[in-house]
Write a protein that binds this ligand. Sequence first.
Ligand code: S3P
Length: 172
Amino acid sequence: MKNLVLVGFMGSGKTAAGKIAAKRLGMAFVDMDTIIEVRAGQTIAQIFKTKGEPFFREQERTLAQELAGKSGQVVATGGGIVLNAENLREFEGSAVVICCWVNASVAYERTKHTKHRPLLEGEADRRTRIEALLSEREPLYKAIALQIDTSAMGVEQQANEIVRIYKQQCGG
Ligand code: S3P
């Protein structure tokens, strides 16, 4: 079974819907941020703080290469996976890659009470920060062929869509 890779902005439901989709498909679920945290023995927030974002991006890059060589897994990526085109190129060569789109106001609503995302922490105006980051990345997300607009979806519906698209792509 080909890997199923979920890409999208913070708050796009990659992890929540990905877990449900993996269960329905009988596939293993992996979350890239969690793997990076376990390997580093630090949270993503601590990694950003003590080692910096470039170090985190290197870990993300190495892990993407590793996972692109595997199969049978549902992979929830971090929102910044699109920043390095190589990551997507490799995933698209071996997996079904689905972009979970979310608009800025819904991304804000879904993330406003969270404290574990260093790119949003310490921002006096989180909403404006999200709008800026998302519009910067929008062309990268929108370049992915398979899209789900999750903005008006609950997590169950999103998982159903993910499963439907994956099966369709795999000819099932
Ligand atoms: C990031 C998103 C986060 C995490 C890190 C950077 C980003 O993952 O990888 O904080 O650059 O958008 P989630 O999308 O799971 O929040």
